[in-house]
Design a protein around this ligand. Structure first.
Ligand code: P70
Length: 459
């Protein structure tokens, strides 16, 4: 049996969940065009759609909600969050936003022009879409091991610095207004980035005078992996590691819905004063006054408290331990998953799970739908539906290297018994995998199509 780490908390409030009967699940799947995004949450038993905004807040965070100061300007919670962001991230300025993508939208609207490039290990879908929305071009430069679901490299989220240097030389530094790194690499299996890589990335970008921003959503989980796996960090605290990570950067975008342990919120932080002034102008236009952004005072307080709780080592050991435990149970049954376990989710490797389904028939979408049918479990497709695109020059479809179903584990929400149930559901599905068919699209939106697309089984 894989080892498990008991929850470092006890449960004070409960929320009932129920498994709707299989014939009803079957009917619901047809109604929503086989897209689990479109199923009502009350019809889901175990919801692993995302770890974003789904955390259980602590009693201290809820107490902070009562201390919300709802003044339009200058609320005390803003200053509390400011102090917290300085302590952990160390940037001079920040603007609160309603979530991560709003921070991205503001950053790219002020720092990027049409035709320019933004490099990253792997952009997440909203980052990619926000870059494209202003006519920019997202570029993914993760190391080759990061695209191989079986490689056990300890830092598969690393960016390939040689590829980066060649890319800068090829297109010219003046065409890259900023370089990014996503910690952990969500699109590539929740894999961490090493401190050495972040430092090296800083050196390369600084050599060309290109500003460096971190997509910081899962920074605490990344810091935990650095402590566990990178020589020289075992005796440092998570706070010290986070401080060092961000010391190399010029700013960050953050969705506090992940390692901020809250249900809504985010921010954009930076050192450059001029950039901050421009960000404030856009913020006032799209989000709100600079001391609340898109949030209420109480939300700012919950983030300030959540960010500190995310640095707790017993919490992180349990958190990452849950992913390791579920991966361990699946590997025992030979189910193909991305290895080694990442920080926030288990990723089923669908190319090996359903080798008989072509990528043009959306195998990961088919598997996500079957997972709901089998056990009322909701995961998310991260493959051809989310990332395939038509090449603007050749007009041909380009399919992503990785075809995954992600089972994201909400923070502090499910117990080990829930994970055992999920493991058993997947194992049963794996045993009848030969009978799972591909899908075809019957409706798709012009961008970020995975949220609303509809499908039917291939005839
Ligand atoms: C997720 C959510 C959000 C995200 C991210 C990274 C590395 C920025 C953002 C945007 C989105 C999602 C995906 C599938 C189903 C539901 C939700 N990731 N950068 O679950 O942040 O959502 O606050 O605007 O992972 O991974 P935000």
């Amino acid at each position: 049996m894989p080892k498990m780490i008991p929850e470092p908390f006890r449960i004070k409030v409960v929320e009932p969940i129920k498994l709707v009967p299989r014939p009803e699940r079957e009917k619901l799947l047809v109604e929503v065009g086989y897209n689990p995004f479109l199923i009502r949450s009350e019809h889901i038993y175990i919801d692993l759609l995302t770890d974003s905004g789904t955390s259980a807040m602590s009693d201290r965070q809820w107490a902070g909600i009562m201390e919300g100061d709802e003044a339009y300007a200058g609320c005390r919670n803003f200053f509390h969050l400011d102090e917290t962001i300085r302590d952990i991230f160390g940037f001079n300025y920040f603007v609160p936003t309603h979530q991560g993508r709003a921070a991205e939208k503001i950053l790219f609207s002020i720092a990027l022009r049409a035709g320019q490039y933004v490099t990253n290990n792997m952009h997440f879908d909203t980052t990619q879409a926000n870059i494209e929305a202003v006519g920019g071009r997202p570029v993914n430069l993760v190391i080759d091991e990061g695209l191989d679901p079986t490689s056990r490299h300890p830092f598969k989220g690393n960016l390939d610095l040689d590829k980066l240097t060649s890319f800068i030389e090829e297109v010219g530094a003046e065409n890259i207004p900023l370089g990014m790194i996503t910690v952990t690499n969500n699109s590539g299996g929740g894999q961490p980035v090493s401190m050495e890589n972040i430092r090296g990335l800083k050196d390369v970008l600084a050599g060309y005078d290109i500003p460096f921003f971190i997509d910081a959503c899962r920074f605490a989980e990344n810091a935990h992996f650095i402590k566990q796996r990178e020589p020289g960090y075992a005796d440092k605290t998570i706070l010290e590691i986070a401080n060092e990570m961000f010391s190399y950067a010029d700013g960050c975008t953050m969705s506090a819905k992940k390692d901020g342990l809250v249900n809504i919120g985010g921010f954009l932080a930076m050192n450059d004063e001029e950039l901050y002034q421009s960000a404030c102008n856009q913020l006032i236009l799209w989000e709100g006054f600079p001391t609340y952004g898109g949030l209420a005072g109480r939300d700012l307080e919950a983030i300030a408290r959540g960010l500190r709780e995310a640095l707790d080592e017993s919490y992180l050991a349990y958190r990452v331990g849950q992913i390791e435990y579920l991966v361990g149970r699946l590997l025992e049954a030979q189910v193909p998953v991305v290895e080694p376990p990442g920080g926030h989710a288990v990723y089923l490797d669908v190319r090996r799970f359903l080798p008989h389904v072509l990528q043009s028939q959306f195998p990961a979408q088919a598997l996500a739908a079957q997972l709901y049918l089998e056990g009322g479990v909701r995961g998310v497709e991260m493959g051809s539906v989310m990332f395939a695109h038509r090449d603007s020059e050749t007009g041909r479809m380009v399919y992503p290297d990785l075809e995954l179903v992600r089972l994201a584990i909400p923070r502090r929400v499910y117990t080990q018994t829930h994970l055992d149930y999920v493991a058993e559901t997947i194992i049963e599905l794996y045993q009848r995998r030969d009978r799972i068919q591909g899908m075809e699209i019957v409706y798709e939106a012009p961008f970020l199509r995975h949220f609303t697309a509809r499908f039917k089984p291939v005839s």
